[in-house]
Design a protein around this ligand. Structure first.
Ligand code: ADP
Length: 266
């Protein structure tokens, strides 16, 4: 098999949570472009439906939309069962859905914000991985890819993302443990750790169209501090997504792949 053939995902089925927007949408598009049929899962039903329609039109693949809140056990189980029922299996699962953190000094940080962020960004990844693994163990094949963050590996950039960093650190360790546990069953588990990506979540209140000069300064500081000299784009995650989903990464498991413009190298 040529190396480029190893990247092909023909006859595979991929599920992407948070696939309605941002990084998840880029993963879903990459899967369909590489030849997979795709389940786009989002708690925003309209976003999932639009994304699925658009990707099916662009690629000619079968792309379905499913509504699920990944922090709810029954939703996570159901999204996987529906994918298997409608698309005939599950080979690749991106546990990607995530939300942002209000951010505060720890003395002011609320238990509500902590619970909200941990529920989606950590418990949601566990529930997604578990549901996917239950299907994959039967076929002794699969690739699970979790969206971590550089914030799962280093402290945050002064924004007080306490729940977010704790959740992403948890995703990093969950990835390693599941990789070891599932390797004998033919299932690989890896994580991708993006840095600052221009999505609703990534930029949040730092969006360039927000005139607040303090926030603009932070936005520019992040650009300046990034060796490659710009914020990331969702498409910057597509290549590593296809790599980790495909046989090109057959010997890779349990690792956290940073896509960060060099942030961690400084
Ligand atoms: P990013 O791509 O940087 O994570 P976005 O906010 O653009 O930022 O994308 C996150 C996606 O995840 C959104 O489409 C959002 O609706 C989805 N999402 C967030 N929380 C959940 C959840 N609990 N269940 C399912 N989808 C979710």
């Amino acid at each position: 098999m040529s190396v480029m053939d190893a990247f092909r995902l023909n006859d595979r089925v991929a599920l992407v949570t948070g696939g309605g927007s941002g990084i998840g949408l880029a993963f879903a598009r990459a899967m369909a472009e590489a030849g997979a049929d795709v389940a786009v899962v989002d708690w925003n039903e309209e976003a999932a439906r639009k994304a699925a329609e658009q990707l099916a039109g662009e690629t000619g693949r079968k792309v379905i939309a499913l509504r699920a809140d990944v922090s709810k056990e029954e939703d996570a189980d159901r999204m996987v069962q529906e994918t298997v029922r409608q698309l005939g299996g599950l080979d690749v699962c991106f546990a990607n859905a995530g939300i942002g953190d209000e951010g505060a000094l720890v003395t002011e940080y609320s238990k509500e914000d902590w619970d909200r962020v941990i529920a989606v960004n950590l418990t949601g990844v566990f529930l997604t991985d578990r549901a996917a693994a239950r299907v994959m163990v039967e076929r002794k094949r699969g690739s699970i890819i979790n969206t971590a963050s550089i914030y799962g590996l280093v402290g945050d950039f002064g924004m007080g993302a306490i729940g977010y960093t704790a959740a992403k650190g948890g995703v990093v360790q969950l990835t390693r443990t599941l990789a070891v546990q599932l390797a004998p069953m033919g299932i690989r588990v890896n994580a991708i750790a993006p840095a600052f990506i221009r999505t609703n979540l990534g930029e949040g209140k730092l969006r360039e169209d927000v005139p607040d000069p303090e926030l603009r300064k932070v936005h520019e500081e992040i650009t300046r501090r990034t060796p490659i000299g710009r914020w990331g784009r969702p498409e910057d995650l597509a290549g590593i997504g296809v790599f980790l989903a495909s046989d090109a990464s057959a010997f890779c498991t349990g690792y956290i792949y940073a896509v960060d413009g060099g942030w961690l190298a400084v």
